[in-house]
Design a protein around this ligand. Structure first.
Ligand SMILES: Nc1ncnc2c1ncn2[C@@H]1O[C@H](COP(=O)(O)OP(=O)(O)O)[C@@H](O)[C@H]1O
Ligand SMILES: [Mg+2]
Length: 578
């Protein structure tokens, strides 16, 4: 909020001034009544009082307008800034952050928690200040008129402050808890809506409804607890303070009766008492809102304070690091932080020559994807080191380092937008000629041209659904546009039918030309001609060599697998084995 502090101060200044003016009304009104009764201490006529009222009124309007505009600047611009910063903090967090936080919960921090801040800055803070000023000015005026009675009132203040601190802590905790529950209900709903096809396929609508209802019931439980504690605080305030006010009022009436006070003074006295009562009543509400917003702030700061892995502003300008040389894994071991008891990679050593094509094969869960995610530095290696051209990869700036890579995964994720935007994601700002060329090389141009809107066709949630092979080719075009030195194909063709596989394979071959390529594949037919094949099993390299070398090992795992896959009568082989 700091950049908008001047607007905030201007707003608060207008507010303070208009609150003071507002508090003058009853005093002036009281004096006017005294003047009408001929008992005024001041030499003003009724007409002059009228003019004074008018001036107060105009000033009051101007100040209110000034305050609204200034506070709108703070709450709109400031809160947008908080959202921008929060989003930036999130998107620059390392991989592990996204593995340990649910997307729905994160997005509820950007929406729900920031929303609370917005209310505070647009309404609550201003009202809070106004009521405090009202209270102080009101008490001061009362103290001037009837010092003895005002002391009784002030005596209740420490009680209020101490209990406010006590209640505030509790309220803050509950507010935070409530936000957590709301966030988890959001994320549950979001997840199931995203995966609607799974829900439908399993006819689990009822199950999901029950699950959602259960979570919402918890939200309600916490909310009611929250409301109860707020209500308790409120009742407490009213009892203590209104008790005091009524007592003062009663004393005032006695003073008038005994002739120690004019009727005009009692008139303004009553109005002040009413205003002070109102201020105190609302103070409780605003205070609890503020305490709630502090809980939301905690959740926002939690993310903003965690160290990002990327500082886009600084790193975009950093010197680019084009990686050269062989990629070497030296005795790399790795354990996922989320599963400390399982060592996923065990002392892996391998060498990938620059410009070579290599393949990682092995059963699923063997650790192939983990190897490439360590290479891309999504996670830090445990023991050992990964070196490129002899230099430890940890020495490179991560932002520049990752620019060297492109991946084509098994499940391509396209953003909701046009095909053009999705291809240009490989190199934001690329011109149409480059995009078309990339699409052509990726074997995608033909099907794109058949679509009514061509490159402008909307894909994703609100657009048309592309087939697996089509998505794959868009991902390849994206990678071609990025033009990386190192290419990672993680089961890029594993889920395709034979026809689209050959189209995609052709595009992949174009993409791999002149780059170091790491291919993770299940169908061995797609990798027979690579420079080296590493067979991974249970986090270890158990065999390596060219296809021919591995085939010559009679008892090798690779030969066994290849025998199964390449056999003409694969099915009968499997059947006879069983
Ligand atoms: N993010 C993760 N957190 C914890 N364990 C993981 C994570 N990703 C993968 N694993 C585990 O690591 C092992 C290797 O996984 P992976 O590298 O994906 O295998 P592959 O790609 O060879 O099928 C598996 O046992 C898997 O359950
Ligand atoms: Mg994998």
């Amino acid at each position: 909020m700091k950049p908008y502090r001047w607007y905030f101060f201007i707003g608060m200044f207008c507010l303070a001034l208009s609150s003071v003016f507002f508090m003058l009304f009853p005093a002036v009104a009281g004096e006017m009544a005294n003047a009408a009764a001929g008992k005024s201490k001041y030499p003003f006529t009724l007409g002059e009082y009228g003019v004074f009222f008018l001036i107060l009124l105009i000033l009051q309007s101007l100040l209110s307008y000034g305050r609204s505009v200034a506070m709108a600047f703070v709450s709109e611009k400031g809160v947008a800034q908080v959202r921008k910063d929060l989003y930036k903090s999130m998107i620059t967090q390392p991989y592990s952050f996204f593995e340990s936080n649910k997307v729905g919960e994160l997005s509820s921090r950007i929406t729900g928690d920031v929303e609370q801040l917005q209310t505070v800055f647009s309404v609550t803070l201003a009202e809070f200040l106004r009521q405090i000023i009202t209270l102080i000015v009101g008490v001061a005026i009362l103290a001037y008129v009837t010092p003895k009675l005002s002391l009784i009132m002030l005596a209740t203040f420490p009680v209020i402050v101490i209990s406010a601190i006590f209640f505030g802590k509790y309220i803050r905790k509950l507010s935070k808890q409530r936000q957590v529950e709301v966030a988890s209900s959001n994320s549950m709903a979001e997840e199931s809506l995203y995966a609607f096809h799974v829900v439908k396929a399993f006819t689990n609508e009822l199950f999901e409804i029950k699950r959602y209802n259960g979570i919402l019931d918890r939200v309600v439980d916490v909310s009611i607890k929250f409301a109860k504690i707020k209500g308790l605080f409120f009742v407490f305030l009213i009892t203590v303070l209104f008790g005091g006010i009524f007592f003062i009022l009663w004393q005032g009436a006695m003073l008038v009766q005994s002739g120690q006070m004019t009727i005009g003074d009692l008139f303004s006295f009553i109005i002040y008492t009413g205003i002070i009562g109102g201020a105190i009543a609302s103070l409780g509400t605003f205070y609890t809102q503020l305490a709630g917003a502090l809980g939301a702030t905690d959740r926002i700061l939690e993310i903003m304070d965690s160290e990002p892995e990327i500082h886009p502003d600084k790193q975009a300008e950093a010197e680019s690091a084009w990686l050269k040389g062989d990629i070497v894994f030296e005795n790399v071991s790795f354990t996922y932080p989320s599963r400390p008891d399982v060592e996923v990679l065990k002392d892996i050593s391998l060498r990938i020559g620059q410009g070579q094509k290599i393949a990682l094969v092995g059963s699923s869960g063997a650790g192939k994807s983990t190897i490439v995610s360590l290479l891309m530095r999504f996670h830090e290696v445990g023991n050992g080191a990964i070196k490129i051209g002899g230099a430890d990869v940890r020495g490179y700036d991560i932002f520049q380092y990752r620019k060297n890579f492109a991946t084509v995964p098994q499940d391509v994720i396209l953003f909701g937008g046009t095909i053009r935007e999705n291809i240009a994601y490989g190199q934001p700002g690329a011109d149409d000629a480059a995009i078309l060329e990339a699409a052509r090389k990726a074997n995608a141009l033909e099907f794109i041209n058949k679509l009514n809107d061509g490159l402008d066709t909307i894909v994703g949630d609100r657009g048309i659904r592309l087939s697996g092979g089509q998505k794959q080719r868009i991902a390849i075009a994206r990678a071609i546009l990025k033009d990386p030195g190192i290419l990672i194909l993680d089961e890029a063709t594993s889920s395709l039918d034979a026809e689209s596989e050959s189209l995609v394979q052709e595009a992949l071959n174009t993409l791999m030309e002149g780059r170091t390529s790491i291919i993770i594949a299940h169908r061995l037919a797609t990798i027979v001609d690579v420079d080296c094949i590493f067979v991974i099993n249970d986090g270890k390299v158990i065999e390596s060599g060219t296809h021919a070398e591995l085939m010559s090992n009679q008892n090798g795992w690779y030969r066994y697998l290849a025998g199964m896959q390449f056999s003409q009568s694969k099915l009968s082989l499997q059947l006879s084995e069983n």
